[in-house]
Design a protein around this ligand. Sequence first.
Ligand code: NDP
Length: 307
Amino acid sequence: MTDRRNDKIIDGKGFAEALRGRIGENVAILKKDHGLIPGLAVVLVGEKPASQIYVRNKGKAAAAAGITATDYRLDTSASQAELVALVERLNEDPAVHGILVQLPVPDQIDPSAVINAIAPGKDVDGFHVINTGRLATGQMTGPDAAMIPCTPLGCLMLLQDRLGSLCGLNAVVLGRSNIVGKPMAALLTQMSCTVTVAHSRTEDLPGICRKADILVAAVGRPHMVQADWIKPGAVVVDVGINRIASPTPDNPDFMRLVGDVDFDAALKSAGAITPVPGGVGPMTIACLLANTVTAACRQNSIKPPAW
Ligand code: NDP
């Protein structure tokens, strides 16, 4: 007997593993046919433990796919001018195809000044205003196509894998940040969804969510989205990563990761849903690698793979 509960759970971890496999194959082809090894520069300022873990994981994943990942570390006291000078040097380096500055940066540095110093074609996070503009205006193909932010790109891949065409569907995006909510809404608009963006000032969130065929939650509020906010059969993508106390007899300080959606309850009404962990999270790193390969291809006038 098939387990209907499992059919509804979107396996982002498995999808990301398969995507990373395809990325590795494409990297091998680029090396063999063009002598091209995609290069990713990962820049970290300071010693924030969480940032160090993210940077290490990105480097490991890149290396596993055959991408050359190089770390650049600057001291916590580094100035904005120093960081911009490093970015400008990496912009000129032909072996570097993708540049990522790990956020947040220390207070003395304006993150937008640094992000906008990255050459748009090397901006593999897709946060540069030029890439934001390209996405907003639907510039999705050709050498000057938008680099798409990794998390929304990963969400889109999972949605297309589950639903095929998204054309004409009602999509609600909860959250309007520059890194998730806004680019997600732009991508869904590009896919011909009818998109509503909701945020902390929105009235009647449950009612708005109940109209959604696709519901993307990116608010950072544990279990905010309840089962009765979800239209029966809707596809729910939970971007939220929240740590909540979950004491056990052995470990009273135990914390666990949960999403923005009350997963167990939502599973009953949703047609499909991403879990946390194991849903969107693994897609973000895989899409960073995909963007690096895409960037390397565009910079060398090679048609990028269709992921
Ligand atoms: P931000 O804090 O930048 O944005 C949160 C958004 O949610 C804002 O637009 C805010 O509205 C809205 N919001 C907050 N509270 C409410 C509420 N009670 N009702 C309605 N809207 C609300 O977060 P991010 O976009 O950076 O991240 C969102 C979540 O996604 C976080 O949990 C983060 O950890 C996770 N994340 C996960 C990633 C992954 O790889 N899986 C990658 C990036 C983020 P307003 O604008 O009005 O303040």
